[in-house]
Design a protein. Structure first.
Length: 375
């Protein structure tokens, strides 16, 4: 194998690929990136057995070939070379190494044969549809913060993508919950997704996909089965196993009769939460609890800390109900508020022990549910 490639293009591709590899694994090949030179294209691939990622870039190829080298090391070298410089890659079969040259820089990386590189089958991905990249980014961004990290509840360790029906319209929905908060985002169901099964996309897959989406434009081609999902955009492909479990019936925790409604400006509320929560950390539980007292179109936010003191702030709201006092984890509340794009937000309450419905007044396809806490 012998070729010349642009450092900026190679660095960008490696940034997408290297996040998938495992640094410590019983199979050394899983720490490597596969480099395949064929015709005018250079394809880079990596896997951790659960996720497979590949990207194709242009290159001036003198001799075709295939080789594997440590992914993280190669990425560290390439991204530190001058941006846009040419890189010469050449296989040295006598030493089983890859020689890298750029300007006055010289590197020699050890290699492994690619015969044992595992592949994730894509033959059974029968449901296929297309999404705009911005729509997919929104579905991820508005829900990923609520993904659970609790390993014992593995079925919550991802985003649940599924087809649903709402107000006479077929929709594609993303839902995530950690038991304390829930985020739901809807969009019209893309053509071809009518028969899709609900899949739970793992958190690592979501994070790797999201990084890739920042660098692409246009459409994302999605194909899936009950066990795998594939995202293809530009010259990048990411295939992932989905979580083998059943997502709980999240609709049971969505409040239906919360009639006590508070409406306020999103920036006023966000700023008040940020300031009050600065001293809200509990030394015992790290819970960041804050209390909300709502009365006479005023919202008072309070926080107390044995070691730090106390904080009180008041903002104007619209609230035509009797006085209500309720506590929240300020970090959870702030995570939700940060995902609201409109200028106003509505919080719907029932009683101090019941979950709260939080809605973006500008978008009826997005809402959140937050459990209260005792303060």
């Amino acid at each position: 194998m012998k070729l010349k490639v642009n450092s900026a293009e190679l660095s960008k591709a490696l940034s997408h690929i290297q996040g998938v590899v495992e640094l410590r694994h019983t199979l050394p090949i899983l720490s490597n990136v596969i480099i395949k030179a064929d015709g005018d294209n250079l394809r880079l691939s990596s896997t951790n057995l659960d996720i497979f990622c590949s990207e194709k870039i242009g290159a001036s190829i003198e001799v075709d070939g295939e080789i594997s080298v440590p992914a993280i090391t190669l990425h560290e070298i390439v991204k530190k070379l001058p941006q846009g410089s040419d890189i010469d890659l050449e296989m040295d079969e006598s030493e089983n190494s890859l020689n890298i040259k750029s300007g006055r820089s010289r590197f020699k990386l050890s290699t492994l044969p690619t015969d044992d590189f595992p592949d994730i089958s894509q033959d059974d991905l029968l449901v296929k549809f297309i999404m705009n990249v911005d729509d997919l980014k929104n579905m991820i961004d508005k829900t990923k913060f609520a993904i659970s990290n609790e390993e014992s509840r593995y079925y919550l360790n991802g985003i649940f993508f599924h087809a649903a029906h709402k107000n006479g319209i077929d929709i594609l929905r993303s839902v995530a919950t950690d038991g304390h908060r829930l985020a739901q985002y809807d969009m019209p169901l893309p053509q071809g997704a009518e028969k899709m099964s609900g899949v739970i996309i793992p958190k690592k897959t979501i994070l790797e996909l999201r990084r890739i989406l920042d660098d692409v434009n246009g459409d994302v081609h999605i194909a899936l089965s009950a066990s795998k999902i594939k995202f293809a955009c530009s010259e990048v492909e990411l295939v992932s196993k989905v979580i083998d479990g059943t997502f709980p019936d999240y609709t049971k925790v969505i409040p239906q009769n919360n009639e006590k409604k508070l409406k306020t400006n999103i920036n006023d509320l966000k700023g008040a939460i940020e300031r009050v929560s600065a001293i809200a950390v509990s030394e015992d539980t790290k819970s960041r609890g804050i209390k909300l007292i709502i009365e006479n179109d005023k919202l008072q936010l309070l926080a107390n800390s044995v070691s730090k003191g106390s904080a009180v702030e008041e903002i104007d709201v619209k609230f035509a109900n009797d006085k209500l006092e309720i506590g929240f984890n300020s970090r959870y509340l702030l995570d939700i508020i940060s995902e609201i794009d409109g200028s106003d937000v509505t919080l719907s309450f029932s009683d101090p022990a019941a979950p709260v419905l939080i809605e973006d007044d500008a978008h009826d396809h997005l809402f959140f549910v937050l459990m209260p806490m005792r303060i």
